[in-house]
Ligand binder design. Structure first.
Ligand code: SF4
Length: 93
């Protein structure tokens, strides 16, 4: 139960911060695993493909928080399956 409360709080936070830019240290890309569409429960618009990947039934109209996920490393809850990574190494000039 607590898991879902925290999950929905995090989702609400993502919603209200989605206007902020995606962090510059994000690398690689979405591989369509669908994990972020299950945070914390499965999205109604998530559809599965037979090859194990997933897609969004309202992709063109999806909200900003979905569009930008994972916007920051702190928001990144799907580390096991997500195609994105974050570069933590800061290169001073
Ligand atoms: S968890 Fe990452 S790879 Fe998976 S659908 Fe979301 S953004 Fe794409």
């Amino acid at each position: 139960m607590k898991h879902y409360v925290v999950g929905y709080l995090k989702k609400t936070l993502r919603f209200f911060t989605a206007f902020l830019p995606v962090t510059a240290n994000r690398r690689k890309t979405c591989t369509g695993c669908g994990s972020c569409c299950k945070l914390p429960t499965r999205c109604l618009f998530l559809r599965d493909r037979s090859d194990g990947t997933a897609y969004c039934a309202i992709y063109r109209f999806r909200p900003l928080n979905c569009r930008k996920y994972p916007r920051t490393r702190e928001e990144w809850l799907t580390t096991k399956t997500c195609g994105y990574t974050f570069d933590d190494h800061h290169h001073p000039h």
